[in-house]
Design a protein around this ligand. Structure first.
Ligand code: SAH
Length: 397
């Protein structure tokens, strides 16, 4: 295995188990290190630091282990077995909840790897070239840990730097395409695993959806950025008087309708709209039909406004604008569930953006709950960047 040597003093963060080596910390590397290759990282003094995947870019090495051990089938099996045991301990694996995240990157000491389980199927995504190259070894280990799996679908992350010899290789590492349905807290969902966003479903909102169910009784709910309709279906089960789901993607809206029908076949008080969220919010209060004017529970779960730190300023402005709009339009006493899934925006920055929105709306706003990602999306304590989902439940007087 080739070696990368750090500059003097640049071993501090690795000694605190942070799993990333930035390119600026590297003094030299052996000749011919290929992107995605496993490398040994040593300090300027030659001390062994860890083994990880090399990649061209600002994060140059993602550390898989701080021990001097082989990265072989047994290694992958150990890591996956530990992740599986942790989820079993959480109680998220039940007959009425057979979808969960099995591997959450750095949170499971597997930087660059995501594995989501939907009943009999696993959907795997690599966010690093190294994990992409090792997908087959990982799939083999996964089958030994979970022999009950019928399918393993590898879904290439299209943002990977694909080039000659490395191409988008989405495909089945086990089994074949099938109609996939899975349950979350006893609600059934079609999983759009082959064509949908990410792995096909946003598992990270499970606990927050359960909370909306408790607030939904008798309310008129607007679920903005609904994707496959998770929040809508829970709100309906919770006794909402009306639920409107909005997403700019036609496909998302179709899947939402299917998911509502799957759980509440006779439901007549749900409607969905393929529309821009800002446009829809702007029209509240101006529609002829009053059913579009009196929402008293609004969910805002937009896509990540900031994918990188450079986009932070604009992202914060975007969150403020969106939240201010919803706060201006919601009925007095209404409840707002508002989220940010941008990794580049931290909890305090998000809260400040929402505070600014509250002040602009000139209404009295109370924070009722502070929400975050669920336990099957754990945060490695040495890698605070892994904390990405933030939410607030607000009451707007
Ligand atoms: N709340 C969802 C996840 C939301 S993901 C869930 O619980 O599953 C973000 C969604 O926002 C995507 O489905 C995307 O299609 C949609 N979207 C992006 N830009 C939008 C816009 N301007 N208006 C409405 N929807 C938008």
């Amino acid at each position: 295995m080739k070696t990368i040597t750090l500059r003097k003093g640049k071993d501090q963060s690795l000694r605190r188990y942070h799993p990333w080596v930035f390119s600026g910390a590297i003094a030299k590397g052996d000749d011919g290190i290929e992107e995605g290759e496993l490398v040994r990282v040593v300090s300027a003094e030659g001390d062994f630091m860890g083994i990880g995947h090399y990649q061209i870019g600002s994060i140059a090495v993602r550390i898989l282990t701080f021990a001097d051990e082989a990265i072989d089938d047994a290694f992958w099996s150990r890591r996956l077995a530990a992740a599986y045991a942790m989820r079993r301990g959480l109680g998220v694996i039940r007959k009425e909840n057979d979808m969960y995240r099995l591997v959450h990157g750095e949170g499971d000491q597997l930087p660059g790897l995501i594995i989501d389980i939907y009943g009999p199927a696993a959907v795997m995504q690599a966010h690093s070239v190294g994990m992409h190259l090792q997908r087959k070894e990982i799939a083999t280990a996964l089958q030994t840990i979970m022999p009950q799996l019928q399918c393993i679908y590898y879904k290439s992350d299209t943002t990977l730097p694909f080039k000659a010899g490395l191409s988008d290789e989405s495909g089945f590492l086990l089994g074949k395409p099938m109609e996939l349905m899975a349950q979350e807290n006893g609600l059934r969902f079609h999983i759009d695993w082959l064509k949908g966003q990410k792995t096909g479903f946003f598992l990270d909102q499970r606990d927050n959806r359960a909370l909306i169910e408790q607030y939904a009784q008798g309310r008129r709910v607007l679920n903005m950025f609904c994707y496959t309709g998770g929040f809508s279906v829970y709100a309906l089960r919770g006794g909402a008087e009306l639920v409107h789901s909005v997403d700019s993607s036609e496909r998302a809206v179709e899947v939402t309708d299917r998911n509502v029908a799957l759980n509440l076949p006779d439901c007549t008080h749900h409607r969905s709209f393929a529309e821009d969220a800002f446009k829809f919010l702007n029209n509240i209060g101006k529609n002829k039909d009053s059913m579009f004017n009196d929402y008293d529970l609004i969910v805002l779960d937009p896509p990540a406004f900031a994918k990188h730190r450079d986009a932070l300023h604009n992202a914060l402005k975007g969150y403020t604008r969106l939240n201010a709009k919803a706060m201006q339009k919601i009925k007095p006493g209404g409840i707002l569930f508002t989220f940010s899934c941008s990794q580049a925006v931290n909890k305090d920055q998000f809260r400040l953006a929402v505070f600014t929105a509250a002040a602009q709306s000139q209404r009295f706003v109370r924070i009722l709950h502070q929400l975050h990602q669920p336990a099957d999306h754990p945060i490695n304590i040495y890698h605070p960047e892994g904390e990405y989902l933030k939410g607030l439940v607000l009451q707007i007087e």
